[in-house]
Design a protein around this ligand. Structure first.
Ligand code: SAH
Length: 211
């Protein structure tokens, strides 16, 4: 169920659904998604669906991870990236394989602890994880060439826009709970160019942290 054939089927499915970037498809193939979920769900690890990870959260659907990664790296792979919503750590692992420096914040402590263990065991100890409200970004490490948020809300937090480097790109679902769009913001100096793309459904971007 975690075989090369199962993974290859997922890659074909993503290609059919419009993912074209070979770097992204290769990473979907090589990243062990089954290690980012409970063992009881491992048989579904390479299905193109979101799955529960506890605390009311989900590991994102592979198509969503692939699409967001493809959008983030389209102008050039960002050197330093901020991720909001570490969750299982699956998207974090994909970013870590592409970018030099990855900073990821998560507001639910037990999810972060688990993600840390997984990333360490995969030899990705370089990734910087922080238990914090991602709505505030990570000011001490800003600016970021890329920002990716895996949770949605109707507006893009000002702090995130402020922490985006000149020439940087932010990718985030924007909208109400039942109707969100993947949104790309490109910063050129003080100009922020916003593009609304695919309709998506993410867990909410919440405020504050949970112990
Ligand atoms: N890419 C992750 C997605 C997890 S779901 C994965 O595939 O596993 C989104 C995550 O965002 C959840 O873990 C949720 O707790 C977190 N989240 C929501 N609002 C947040 C906030 N303000 N700051 C940090 N993390 C947040």
């Amino acid at each position: 169920m975690t075989s090369a054939r199962t993974r290859e089927r997922l890659v074909s499915r993503l290609r059919e659904k419009g993912i074209e970037d070979v770097r992204v498809l290769d990473l979907i193939r090589s990243t062990p998604r089954h290690l980012f979920i409970e063992e009881a769900l491992a048989h579904q690890a390479y299905d193109d669906t979101a799955l529960p990870i506890g605390h009311g959260q989900t590991i994102s659907q592979p198509w969503v991870v692939a699409r967001m990664t493809e959008l983030l790296i389209a102008p050039g792979v960002p050197r330093r990236v901020l991720e909001v919503g570490t969750g299982s750590g699956y998207q974090t692992a994909i970013l870590a394989a592409l970018c030099e420096e990855v900073y990821s914040v998560e507001r639910i402590r037990p999810l972060q602890d688990q993600a840390r263990k997984r990333l360490m065991s995969l030899g990705m100890a370089r990734v910087q994880l922080r238990h914090a409200d991602g709505g505030m970004g990570w000011a001490a490490e800003a600016p970021f060439d890329g920002i990716l948020a895996a949770c949605g809300r109707p507006d893009i937090p000002q702090e995130l826009l402020a922490q985006l480097a000149d020439g940087g790109r932010l990718v985030m679902p924007v909208g109400e709970l039942d109707q969100q769009w993947l949104t790309v913001v490109d910063r050129e100096g003080d100009t922020f160019r916003t593009t609304r793309l695919d309709a998506v459904r993410f867990v909410p971007f919440q405020r504050g942290i949970l112990k």
